[in-house]
Design a binder for this molecule. Structure first.
Ligand code: ZN
Length: 358
């Protein structure tokens, strides 16, 4: 396995972009169509090293590496008959994660897309492969949670760990990756780093530095709980202080990332204020790192921010130039006393996160 293999895989099938959670639901899988069309218009898939990868359905066995069989069976029933009562499994028609027809089948496909990305990278056929329909980091072993049904990042990390590999998982969604943290809380085989808006102001209410793992896993769950209104300057400093040094100290065999773009300043669900500039900074570091890299999407509820940012990220993966049209023209930037306040709280979050590390 060589980390410096060129090329980037992009998992795509219209089937992962056509399901509807509920008409008024903020997670709109059709957002991926706009990402794909933007990349097509920019000629990305005609560039050397670009490769479209078809997802496959994950197997029951792969799903059950993380999820309990009775939960999987409940999702299968909900998929066929969404009108029954599945609230004990976290599926509620009026809440975050409603049951919907076909949910099991499409979730097998979004999970299988992440496994295809993983297989592509492990086989050395690509430097990186990304599944923007994946990154469903909140799903728990026996409960749907926060728009997430099957936890594909946890399934990928577990599959790699089962093959004896050390995995660094870096989650830059605005929300704490609680489902992935729960899956690996007791092990040192997955280093789990999550940078997110503090649970004091955002769902799921967890992800404090004190949640550092337990037993063999003590010090391998790293949480950077950022204050609301964290902007590019503060976020980039936090990223640089935590991610490169800890990942390099850990020396993983594989890097797995969750790249939800709901920390964007236009996102309607969160209070972080980053722009495409921060995302370019983070993704360029992943790209420069020597590790085989499996990437996933995640949250992102501003259609235009999703379209531009994920297109920009894939161009970085291809080592292609980035047209200015993909960048935010005028991102927010604090000055004066607000600047000092944000920097101070961010630095505090960084210190706590580093102090928790093994
Ligand atoms: Zn999120």
């Amino acid at each position: 396995m060589t980390a410096k293999t060129a090329g980037a895989g992009f998992v795509w099938d219209p089937a992962v972009a056509s399901h509807v959670y509920r008409e008024d639901h903020p997670l709109k899988p059709k957002r991926l169509v706009a990402v794909k069309e933007t990349l097509e218009r920019l000629g990305a898939f005609a560039r050397p090293g670009a490769k479209l990868l078809a997802p496959r359905a994950a197997t029951r066995r792969e799903i059950e590496r993380i999820h309990e069989p009775d939960y999987v069976e409940a999702v299968m029933r909900a998929s066929a008959d969404p009108d029954d009562d599945y609230t004990r499994w976290g599926l509620d028609p009026d809440k975050d994660t409603p049951p919907f027809r076909g949910m099991h089948e499409v979730s097998l496909l979004t999970t299988g897309g992440s496994l295809v990305a993983m297989e592509e990278v492990l086989a050395g056929r690509a430097r990186v492969a990304v599944n923007y329909s994946g990154g469903l980091h909140h799903a728990m072993a026996r409960r749907a949670h926060g728009f997430c049904i099957y936890n594909d990042p946890a399934i990928v990390c577990a599959t790699l760990a089962d093959r004896g590999m050390k995995v660094a998982y870096v989650d830059i969604d605005a929300h704490h990756g609680d489902g992935v943290q729960a899956a690996f809380y007791d092990t040192d085989q997955v280093l789990n780093i999550s940078l997110h808006e503090s649970g004091e102001t955002l769902f799921p209410g967890t992800g404090f530095a004190s949640e550092r793992g337990r037993g063999k896993g003590a010090g391998f769950s790293i949480n950077v709980a950022l204050p609301g209104y964290t902007d590019d300057a503060a976020y980039m400093r936090a990223f640089d202080a935590v991610v490169p040094p800890l990942v390099e100290r850990y020396r993983p065999d594989v890097l797995v990332t969750q790249q939800g773009i709901d920390p964007h300043f236009t996102d309607p669900l969160t209070h972080l204020q980053i722009s495409t500039r921060t995302r370019e900074h983070a993704v360029r570091w992943f790209m420069r790192s020597p590790y085989p890299w499996v990437a996933m999407g995640g949250g992102g509820y501003s259609m235009d921010a999703v379209r531009r940012t994920w297109a920009l990220e894939f161009l970085i993966m291809l080592d292609a130039p980035i047209p200015e049209e993909l960048h935010d023209a005028d991102p927010p930037m604090w000055t004066g006393p607000e600047r000092r306040a944000i920097d101070e709280i961010t630095d505090h979050a960084v210190r706590d996160a580093l102090a928790a590390a093994w």
